[in-house]
Design a binder for this molecule. Sequence first.
Ligand code: GTP
Ligand code: MG
Length: 431
Amino acid sequence: MRRSHNGNRNGQERAVIGALRRPTQRRWQIEESLDELTGLVTAAGGAVVGRVTQERSAPTPGLYFGRGKIDELGEAARAAGADLFVCDDSLLPIQERNISQALGIKVIDRTALILDIFAQRARTSEGKLQVELAQLTYLMPRLVGQWTHLERLGGGIGTRGPGETQLESDRRVIRRRLMAIRRELEGVQVHRRLRRQGRRRTGFPVVALVGYTNAGKTTLLNRFAGSRFTAADQLFVTLDPAARAVHPDGGPPFILTDTVGFIRKLPHELVAAFRATLEELADADVLLHVVDASHPALEEHVRAVEELLRELHVDDRPAVLAMNKIDRLEVDAALVAARRGGVGISAATGEGIDALVAAIQRALPPGGCATLRIPHADGAALALCYERGRVLARRDGAGHVELDVELPLRLLGALARYRVAESSSMLGMVD
Ligand SMILES: Nc1nc2c(ncn2[C@@H]2O[C@H](COP(=O)(O)OP(=O)(O)OP(=O)(O)O)[C@@H](O)[C@H]2O)c(=O)[nH]1
Ligand SMILES: [Mg+2]
């Protein structure tokens, strides 16, 4: 563990992970979810040394698991030399405390683990503030009369913070800190809004990458834009939004944005804290949903992403489904993609990218025609019309130029102030 104070062998925290299996759940579903949890522990810098499951219709209020299972868990943890137990589901603060006392090791849940990974990965000041906001919100109910919790902070998975500030905090101090963070975030987010506005003024349509973590979103952005953002076989590599202009062969350009990946049971504290980042999706003309088609749980991944899009109120957006990593498939990739109405691609090899570009172009809002009266003083607007649109007619006037021009819809909006409203030469919408 990089920043662990626990002093374990190899400096790496050793975790036992566990989950309940409800009667409605299949065994493979639980195993798959625990595989994912293993990936999360690894991403946090720990190692999984054991896993336990228990079949139960509901968690017990005090211990989450049954008493017997807790004893078994304790033995497993001791035998494996574990110093951490991670529960695949959310634990109530009281359950967390009781299990920890029974096992004599630290206990966290999936939420705390994800928050920890985000705390490690946050790079920009906005990202750090958002993570701290989520962590403190998560911590609040765990603080009631729990001073010992504070002493635990500062070392190891689930207890790291982006800043030092919460270490000496009590609830009142935390509340004050939360207020300060919100204020700071507002300041940072003004810049983001300005960037977004600037992007909008260029008139390029915006295509937003969305998808499960590790689906290949950043790899696809890099392929499209020739950029070199970090892409790796690890969960939650990307945290901060990025945007690049894409100039595909044989099609009009668009802006492609990358953002944080989704996951099942994404902590609502994080969704709330990252709302500003995720709101960028609301700006998109088209959502490009990237799916790892080679993943055994791809159906669950698609569902989790669609649910989050609904939660963020962007599920009404036109979407293109990219079934990625088809280079890993042995079956006919086209069949796999077609099953969901998606396009089979490989961001790694470039296969299917042309078909994907075509699908994106079809999904983008159509352009329109208008008559614009542009003053000579705004040479930039005039240049935009020639570069990005198709000028159908030009009439030079005193101090202005009047154009009948076909433009992408967004650019038409950006230049709306120059529209000649009463013009009879308005051509209406075109395809
Ligand atoms: N075989 C194969 N691997 C791919 C493909 N696309 C991406 N990968 C790999 O999948 C892993 C994840 O890729 P990323 O681009 O980082 O995924 P992401 O969706 O941005 O993930 P997060 O930022 O963590 O949410 C990397 O190891 C990539 O090399 C593909 O088409 N084929
Ligand atoms: Mg990424």
